[in-house]
Design a protein around this ligand. Sequence first.
Ligand code: KE4
Length: 427
Amino acid sequence: MYKRSSELFAEAKKVIPGGVNSPVRAFNAVGGDPIYIERAEGAYLYDSDGNRYIDYINSWGPMILGHAYPPVVDAVIEKAKLGTSFGTPTEVETKIAELAIKMVPNVDKIRFVNSGTEACMSAVRLARGFTSREKIIKFAGCYHGHSDSFLIQAGSGAITFGTPNSPGVTQGTAKDTLLATFNDLESVRLLVEANKDEVACIILEPVAGNMGCIPPQNGFLEGLRRLCDENDILLLFDEVMTGFRLAPGGVQERFGVPADIVMFGKVIGGGLPVGAFAARSEIMDFLAPIGPVYQAGTLSGNPLAMAAGLAMLTELDQNRNIFKSIDEKTAYLHKGIETALAKHEVKHTINRLGSMISIHFCETEVVDFASAVHGNNHTFKEFFHGMLENGIYIAPSAFETWFITDALSYEDLDKTIEVVEKIARDL
Ligand code: KE4
């Protein structure tokens, strides 16, 4: 079934570490060799062995309108004919910046970079420069890319300096990253009190997607906003996953809680490498070349990537019913999967917010990292491979969120639910 993919993977491992350019793609969490995709269209992936899959990863979020979406593809083709990169300002950068600022509340200016990591890394540097403070508070289980300051694992208890969870991250870096517990406002307040006037920012995924999907509990975001206001701390929303997905204006719009800096990736690039961070002018004007905080990039604002992003955001801005449509499709899928798993008495919890959904094979509520790790990984592996063998492609890790695309039809959803029902018998 996957012969050609396995051959390609064997070749790749000779010249690329682990055969992949991003670890989660290697299927280490679920076993087996990754499948190689040759092409994709709409809601479907086609692998190197000719198998077709209904796609629930969608390049980890960007393909909210489906693969090979004509307006995006056409925009890239037309732009490429004019040259691929100049290293100068181009008009298309201003166009997408104006549109993003129109769609996202509480921001006056935006800086484009090449990945979500770069957006979050730059936003933290900007927060430290703007506040002249060095410490940051992040949440165990939240992922903001692979910048040193974020690769920090909680030590024991909530009030502790983090310890690096990757070689190469120095103690010097780790000491400035404090770890709190998602949905636990008291854990944040204690850190703020214990580090009075030293915390530059609190950074979080306002709807967590990297522990599976974990929505903020009532009052959590509002409480963080209050804590930041009372202590002159900047509130950073990592909306790399939620931005232009949970609403045109992301979580800030959906929950009505303003951030001081908001970061984007994935959807904003329409499938090309784009990250971005945005804030009010008072903060953004601290950035070089007008301010002292340095940040740069050879391909930042690349015309092809900007053209893809502009085409994507234009579609979303002009067809705002898309957001309701993907929410409804996700609710339909949730109900069907719930029924199928319950019918076979499979212990599970399903978390969902808007078009972000995840299945946890445990009976407890999943509200933070500690509860997320209680999921039965063996069951997840079986579930993953059962879905894959039946033509359904979900994230190869229990700590990921399914990404719904509006290209999914209700027939696709029914097929997915049927497969869940079929494999649930043996879980
Ligand atoms: P990138 O550097 O991968 O573009 O973005 C990092 C990032 C930042 N913030 C959030 C909330 C994110 O989800 C991500 C990246 N997401 C993962 C999937 N959960 C990307 C997949 C991968 O690492 O290959």
